[in-house]
Design a protein. Structure first.
Length: 499
């Protein structure tokens, strides 16, 4: 099919040209705009270096596909190739960032994690929050203050993560030297700037603090790259091994992942995909304990952000649709019971344990988080209809034009409803959930970052479309195009306003 790659190539060139050759605002003026990274003297050699990294990544994926497409490949070898894909994705994410202009390099990470304007969880954990038990006991009262930014709109999970990292580094002093030895120059320079600024404040930046900021950056990189593993498992539900491999390999080439590292938004996809893998396993095997794992992983996500609510809705509707298609009626309900019971217990038990042990009612906290998030739009102007138009365009750039076009290509064939496969039904459910989120206007601004959690869904749909519509030759061109678009987007779009 020639039309599909033609459209993909033309639109990819068009979007890259818009980013690099125009001053078209990336967002809605006076409300929210993404900035552009200025090219510098090192841009050309850095682009050449990043292109070499893209070629190596593409070669690795091609070699893996040749092995995994053979029926004789053992499960152990499959696992080894998947481990290699995670490592290759980590290296790509590192390279595509650290070859970008200065503000887009890995050196952005310490600024993002340290200063409250862009994140603030390190600052809260290090200087403001009491120990974990006391923090949890007083968290409901903290939410009632009505802060509409990070402090009031998130559960306590991210603060506790930084408290744990601080404790680990303080208890293992040798870890500081190990972390220092693997700091790239951009990160080292950024930490020096923070240390110089902090020297004039009541809280100087200690060596342990530097280590925590870099450790947190590395862990977010690892989590972002590790998303390929549960994503591969999700793709294998409806695709053969080769197609699932290509689909999983696309994930590190989603521009938004690299642009918004080291924010927690890049960590959430691995949790979301992991929960859905457990949920699918629970339904397939009628297994309550797998459902319990799915519920517990979902709770872990919700402990860090309410953004996991759409994942819960998709999971619930997805297994319901599969059950109706497979059994229907009363029998379908009976087959769902182990999954429903398991997920419910997986969610309820941590909530009850926290209530009993720490005196925190997570249902109340989530209610206040939702209320405070709604209050954001009372303090910051966001025009509903403008963002209704801008968000899909922003999503297309953030996920990468080749993936976006393939995902649109793979939407259910509405006029042939009776021919829908399982993949079509799940695509319809995902489209419904995402569409309702879009129409709700809850993400008016920063959708490119806030929707990273949902982008494995776009990759999932795109992988099915590529498997169905593209020849083996074109799917490699598609992947190469996605890597090129990722590179040129990451090197141009600023994910943070660092000042």
């Amino acid at each position: 099919m020639f039309f599909f790659p033609l459209v993909t190539g033309v639109l990819s060139v068009g979007v890259v040209g818009l980013l690099w050759g125009t001053a078209v605002p990336l967002g809605v003026p006076t409300e929210w705009l993404w900035g552009r990274l200025p090219a510098d003297a090192q841009s050309v050699p850095n682009l050449v270096l990043a292109c070499c990294a893209a070629a190596v990544y593409l070669l690795f994926v091609w070699c893996g596909d040749r092995r995994l497409s053979q029926s004789t490949t053992s499960p152990v070898e499959v696992a080894a190739w998947l481990a290699g894909l995670g490592i290759a994705g980590f290296c790509w994410l590192w390279t595509v960032q650290d070859t970008a202009p200065t503000e887009g390099q890995l050196g952005k990470a310490p600024f993002v994690l340290y200063y409250p304007g862009s994140s603030g969880y390190f600052t809260q954990a290090r200087y403001e929050s009491p120990q974990a038990g006391e923090l949890l006991r007083g968290y409901e009262a903290l939410m009632q203050r009505g802060n509409v930014l990070h402090e009031g709109t998130h559960p306590p999970g991210l603060i506790l993560v930084f408290q744990a990292l601080i404790a680990i580094v303080e208890q293992q002093p040798g870890l500081i030297k190990i972390l220092q030895s693997c700091e790239p120059e951009s990160v080292h320079d950024a930490l020096d700037v923070i240390a110089e600024n902090a020297a004039r404040s009541p809280h100087p930046l200690l060596p342990a603090d530097r280590a925590v900021l870099w450790l947190a950056t590395l862990l977010t990189l690892v989590a972002a790259a590790a998303t390929v593993w549960p994503l591969f498992a999700l793709l294998r539900v409806t695709l053969d091994r080769s197609a699932a491999w290509i689909g999983a390999a696309v994930w590190p080439a989603v521009p938004a992942v690299a642009i918004f590292l080291p924010k927690s938004d890049a960590v959430f996809p691995v949790i979301a995909c992991g929960a859905l893998v457990a949920l699918a396993g629970s339904y397939r095997h009628r297994s309550a304990w797998r459902g319990g794992i799915a519920g517990a992983v979902l709770f872990l996500g919700l402990f860090g952000s309410l953004a996991f609510l759409p994942i819960m809705v998709f999971g619930a509707l997805g297994v319901l649709v599969l059950s109706v298609r497979r059994a229907g009626g009363k029998q379908g309900v009976i087959e769902l019971l182990p999954t429903v019971v398991g997920v419910t217990l997986g969610l309820a038990i941590p909530i009850m344990l926290l209530r009993l042990a720490c005196g925190i009612n997570m249902l109340t906290v989530w209610g206040w988080n939702y209320h405070n998030h709604a209050g954001f739009y009372g303090q910051f102007t966001r025009t509903y209809w403008k963002w209704l138009l801008v968000n899909p365009l922003e999503l297309g750039v953030a996920v990468g034009v080749p993936v976006a076009i393939a995902a649109l290509w793979g939407l259910p064939r509405c006029l042939r409803f009776r021919e829908w496969t399982t993949a079509d039904w799940l695509t319809a459910v995902a489209t419904l959930v995402w569409g309702l989120l879009w129409l709700s206007g809850k993400n008016a601004g920063e959708a490119a970052r806030l929707w990273v959690l949902l982008m494995p869904g776009a990759v999932w749909v795109a992988a099915h479309a590529i498997d169905r519509a593209a020849s083996p030759r074109w799917r490699w061109i598609w992947l190469a195009l996605q890597l090129a678009v990722c590179l040129l987007t990451v090197h141009r779009v600023a994910g943070f306003h660092l000042g």
